[in-house]
Design a protein around this ligand. Structure first.
Ligand SMILES: *Cc1c(COP(=O)(O)O)cnc(C)c1O
Length: 390
């Protein structure tokens, strides 16, 4: 074996292990068609039940138009990081608009949800802090917690008695305590109890970080998410890559917190500001989200219908209370087989397997968008029910 081969041996070892566990991941080239409910993969058309573009905004003419307009006026790049010369008036303008719409003292843009989570937590917690996080939080929050070097403990999913017992134990031992949760959990589609989280954070003098990535645009008053309208959340995180149909992220917070993040969050400080085209599309999305109540109602009706029918067929859907609907399978090879069968019938539904979820919790993860039609859902249900009867 040559030097290079020896040095790279760990790569083959790790990949081979993934292969033997049927856990190797790979990329597919996707060609979007028809407001993203259809995709074309290797020449074949599928109905896409695995997109986070919940409102179909990523192909909406208004977003494309404002995105073009901003690119024409301000160029394709913002030229620098925010603190250098990258804060164009469109960045501050969008932040002001977000703060107004969300009724927050201030808002601050980040380049992605992943970047926000991995660079805010290390800014707001340190070796003397404690982070108490739900077992099912998104990988970006886990990475952020680890980077912060705070003591990091997980409470059982949505188990607030467990959380409270950890809070009690922690009393007086840390410089500060952060509670970290999502509003809609990205793999299970269920919700945290925000009132309870706010209550506990007050009672134990902890700070609250609530990631609203999947609820934004879809749930809450005017589609403004589940954090919206609640006092007592110290960092409210939203992303633009999902229902906003664009890219990027933001936090709603106090102006002091904003000033602090501008000074201490590495991901904010050391990264080029979002490009004008992205700011344009987000700006247009924000206008549209506010007036899409009818679409949202229809989407939620479809979600309830799908969940009800899945249960009748005999599939568990955990406690999904959103447009993210897990179809529980258990065994990962079986989940893959079902996903393949659905592909044969023209449905793209991604199988979610370990290490993303626990072993024996493999599932298909269906996400619905406002553009899915009832007959597409019925056809999907038809294949699922056939599989269940086999
Ligand atoms: C998608 C997601 C993120 C990451 O956001 P990006 O903008 O896609 O990087 C963060 N948190 C949660 C809960 C998510 O679902």
């Amino acid at each position: 074996m040559g030097d290079k081969e020896r040095k790279h041996q760990f790569i083959s070892d790790a990949l081979n292990e993934r292969v033997s566990k049927h856990q190797l991941r790979s990329l597919h080239n996707i060609k979007p068609a028809q407001n993203r409910t259809s995709i074309i993969v290797e020449g074949k058309r599928y109905i896409n039940f695995s997109s986070n573009d919940y409102l179909g905004l990523s192909t909406h003419p208004a977003l494309i138009e404002r995105s073009n307009e901003f690119a024409q006026k301000y160029g394709t790049g913002s030229g620098a990081s925010r603190l250098v010369t990258g804060t164009l008036h469109i960045h501050s303008g969008l932040e002001q608009k977000l703060a107004e719409v969300f009724g927050s003292e201030t808002a601050l843009l980040f380049n992605s949800g992943f970047q926000a989570n991995t660079s805010i937590l290390p800014a707001v917690a340190n070796r003397h802090s404690l982070i108490l996080a739900d077992k099912k939080i998104h990988n970006s929050l886990i990475q952020g917690a680890l980077l912060s070097r705070a003591v990091f403990q997980r409470y059982e999913h949505n188990d607030y008695e467990h959380l409270e017992s950890l809070l009690k134990e922690a009393a007086g031992r840390y410089n500060r305590i952060w509670i970290v949760s999502e509003t809609i959990f990205s793999m299970d589609g269920d919700r945290s109890d925000l009132d309870k989280l706010i209550f506990l954070s007050k009672k134990y003098d902890a700070l609250l970080y609530s990631d609203d990535a999947h609820a934004l645009g879809v749930l809450g008053d005017k589609g403004l998410g589940l954090n919206y309208g609640r006092q007592g959340i110290d960092i409210s995180l939203g992303t633009f890559g999902k229902a906003f149909g664009a890219f990027g992220a933001f936090v709603c917070c106090s102006s002091k917190m904003r000033e602090y993040l501008i000074n201490f969050s590495g991901g904010f400080i050391y990264s080029t500001a979002l490009p004008p085209a992205v700011i344009g599309s987000v700006d247009a999305a924000l206008d549209l989200i506010l007036v899409m109540n009818t679409e949202r109602e229809e989407l939620l009706l479809n979600c309830n219908y799908l969940k009800k029918e899945l249960k009748l067929i005999g599939f568990g859907t955990l406690n999904s209370e959103s447009q993210i609907i897990p179809v529980m399978i258990g065994n990962e090879e079986e989940a893959l087989r079902l996903s393949d069968k659905l592909k044969q019938h023209g449905f793209w539904v991604t199988a979610i397997r370990p290490p993303t979820v626990q072993s024996n919790a493999s599932r298909l993860r269906i996400t619905l968008s406002v553009h899915h039609e009832r007959n597409q859902i019925d056809n999907l249900l038809g294949v699922l029910s056939e599989w269940k009867r086999m």
